[in-house]
Ligand binder design. Structure first.
Ligand code: CP
Length: 331
């Protein structure tokens, strides 16, 4: 007869009671997070980082939970780190792409998330090319929805892992100058970062070609509190953190930048420009990078770069978000 052995006792995980303070069904953007909520997520991520540093690097805190990644757009970092994060907490993981799923047969987003909910999925991480898609999903399922990047709108876990990485090096962001350079207009990363950085007291400067800057948004107050400039050389002076964004080649085809050569001349993060920043300034990039375009290879891989650390911290931060969402909803 088949013998089913009891699973070995799981290593202890962080105590849920220690991290009360953010109880939400979904994480759709950072703009709904208070300073206290952000602090809770950062503290929880620090505990998760310690879990990852242990010899096993896993706990069974979310055993019995199922997390789905539902990606309608390409991803390496976000998708892989959510999967690693969920498994590191003992959850089961279902990975779905638009290609190869019933989405190709015309199934709607709402029907897809309801199908996942019906098979017992409690958390669904969605990436979608349409801004707002995760909001539609969240309103039509009782599963928790985490926005893994929607169109040009938001990428909350990227902003949280960016903040976590900055804090580990800089400490408090209060009064620190953070410059984000590139295609601000279409960047969900920039938008979500603005909220967490302003909530942390940072001075935020958005720099890029005039055609890729949301001047009207800044003036209307939607990104209130940020400085916006087309002069990157001026912006980078005295910066504590410089984050370069991917220049999306389709923008060039759309005529929003005159040529890659012009872009490089005015906006590439290179060693000469980096000398204008404060000594020890951090170099960041959410990835994927176009090395040689928005960032010079020697800077991307230089001593000031924390780009690989951002990716590594993505696991701890996503563990924290999954943990807080699942345990926050537990009866
Ligand atoms: N930063 C980021 O979202 O990367 P991926 O597209 O690889 O997930």
């Amino acid at each position: 007869m088949l013998e089913i052995k009891e699973q070995p006792a799981a290593p202890a995980g962080p105590e849920p009671a220690a991290f009360e303070g953010w109880k939400a069904k979904d994480l759709l953007d950072t703009d709904t997070l208070s300073t206290a909520n952000i602090e809770t997520i950062m503290e929880t991520a620090e505990a998760m980082r310690e879990v990852r540093a242990r010899p096993v690097g896993k706990v069974a805190t979310l055993r019995g939970a199922t997390v789905a990644t539902l990606f309608y757009e390409q991803s390496t970092r976000t998708r892989a780190s959510f999967e690693v994060a969920a498994k590191a907490l003992g959850a089961d993981v279902v990975n779905l792409s638009a290609s190869g799923s019933s989405v190709e047969k015309g199934e709607s987003l709402i029907d897809t998330v309801r199908t996942l909910e019906a098979i017992g999925t409690g958390v669904i991480v969605i990436r979608h090319k349409s801004s707002g898609a995760p909001y539609l999903a969240a309103a039509n399922t009782s599963a928790s929805i985490i926005n893994g990047g929607d169109g040009t709108h938001a990428h909350p876990t990227q902003a949280l892992l960016d903040l976590f990485t900055m804090r580990r090096h800089v400490g408090s962001l209060q009064g620190r100058k953070v410059v984000i350079v590139g295609d601000i207009l279409h960047s969900r990363v920039a938008r979500s970062n603005v909220w967490t950085l302003l909530a942390s007291g940072a001075r935020v400067v958005l720099a890029g070609p005039p055609t890729l800057l949301p001047r009207t948004l800044a003036l209307s107050g939607e990104l209130g509190g940020c400085e916006v400039t087309a002069d990157f050389d001026d912006a980078i002076a005295g910066a504590d953190v410089v984050m370069a964004l991917r220049i999306q080649k389709e923008r060039q085809e759309g005529g929003l930048i005159p040529s890659l050569r012009e872009y490089i001349r005015g906006y590439q993060l290179n060693a000469t420009r980096l000398k204008r920043a404060n000594p020890g300034a951090l170099v960041m990039h959410p990835g994927p990078m176009n090395e040689g375009i928005e960032i010079a290879p020697d800077v991307a891989h230089g001593l000031a770069s924390v780009i690989e650390e951002q990716v590594a911290n993505g696991v701890a931060v996503r563990m924290a978000v999954l943990y807080l969402i699942v345990t926050g909803r537990a009866p």
